[in-house]
Design a protein. Structure first.
Length: 331
């Protein structure tokens, strides 16, 4: 597997570190001398992982894919962002540039770092260019689409490639069992917005190898995230716990008890960062509806989690939230 490219002499030392020939004490010394010229996450890179990761390919450049690609490039990885829809890809490119520019203006990164990070992302609509050590798929929440894509990628990549799915609710085991090399498939569930949210749920499927779990847990740390290992159960942890937040709020609207603005205002005043309707608009009403349906079906249709016809209407009317300019609110 190719070595991670090093950008300067300090990077070369990091590479030596990753072979394991320098002890932690040495690493700390390098950190001291390297000062701020290299990110701690890059320095700790090869101590948390069994494999050398040079390139990460993110598939789907929508709400999540775009953010995950930014995270990956910021952590120093060569990043491929693959998307079917050219217009979505262009939008992702502009969004990543804008986010990095904002960070530079806030002095969180230098302009030079901004340029370097941006240059690390290769934007493409050509699947043949999706060659990487780790593939993180963030396409629509549909098992057939994900399985089909991963199998296309398996055909052109090495059999060591890790397939991480960002699914919010689908069974990682079912996805993994239908692709080549199921031991390489794992859930890597980022949260929205990916550059800001620290948590990543790592979902071990039935056949995921322990080595892949270790690698992906290490990778999540290298990306500056906090990995939490979860069972492959419907909605994992966060989406299972969060489901009633949306469904019960929608019930109040169905029953005409109040309106969505009031629910959001009340819950925000009670301390929630975002009311459920604002949050659904941020997530995307199509994705949130798919996740609601998937969790409901996998749990054998409990009445308390029955998806709302309002969600269905939003999807049919293409009122998907922020990404289409209109959801419950206008953007
Ligand atoms: N939106 C959220 O808050 C959120 C949070 C965590 C996880 N997720 C999960 O992440 C995944 C993506 O969600 P999203 O909100 O980014 O969706 P999105 O609709 O914003 O983006 C999905 C993108 O995938 C593209 N796509 C579809 N099929 C493709 C293919 N075969 N190859 C390449 N691109 C393809 C679409 O054109 C679209 O741009 C879903 O599995 C979702 O459950 C979403």
């Amino acid at each position: 597997m190719p070595k991670r490219p090093v950008e300067d002499a300090t990077g070369a030392v990091v590479w030596v570190c990753c072979t394991g020939s320098i002890f932690w004490f040495g690493l700390e010394k390098i950190r001291e001398t390297a000062g701020k010229s290299i990110r701690p996450s890059i320095l700790s890179l090869h101590f948390t992982s069994n494999m050398i990761i040079n390139t990460i390919c993110v598939c789907g450049a929508g709400t999540m894919g775009s953010g995950i690609a930014q995270v990956s490039a910021t952590a120093g990885f060569n990043t491929i962002l693959y998307e079917l829809n050219q217009a979505v890809l262009e939008k992702a490119k502009m969004s990543i540039e804008k986010n990095l520019q904002t960070l530079a203006e806030k002095n969180k990164i230098t302009l030079e770092e901004k340029e370097k990070i941006f240059q690390r992302v290769h934007f493409t609509t050509d699947i043949k260019e999706c060659i990487a050590e780790v593939i993180i798929e963030a396409v629509i929440e549909n098992p057939e689409t994900k399985i089909d894509l991963l199998n296309q990628l398996a055909a052109i990549n090495s059999n060591k490639v890790i397939f991480a799915t960002n699914t919010s609710s689908l069974s990682v085991t079912e996805i993994g069992n239908k692709i080549l090399n199921p031991q390489q498939a794992i859930g890597m569930h980022f949260f929205n917005p990916a550059p800001l949210m620290k948590l990543v749920e790592i979902v071990k499927a039935e056949k995921t190898s322990d080595l892949v779990v270790q690698d992906v847990t290490g990778l999540a740390r290298q990306l500056g995230k906090i990995p939490v290992i979860c069972k492959d159960s419907p909605g994992f942890i966060v989406n299972r716990v969060a489901r009633p937040y949306y469904i019960e709020s929608l019930r109040l609207i169905e029953e005409a008890e109040t309106n969505f603005e009031t629910i959001d205002a009340l819950l925000e005043s009670a301390g929630f960062k975002m009311g459920p309707f604002k949050l659904m608009d941020l997530i995307g009403n199509d994705i949130n509806y798919s996740v609601s349906c998937s969790i409901y079906e996998q749990l054998n249709n409990p009445e308390r989690l029955r998806p709302s016809f309002i969600q269905k209407e939003k999807v049919e009317n293409k009122e998907l939230g922020k990404k289409t300019g209109k959801g419950y609110y206008q953007y």
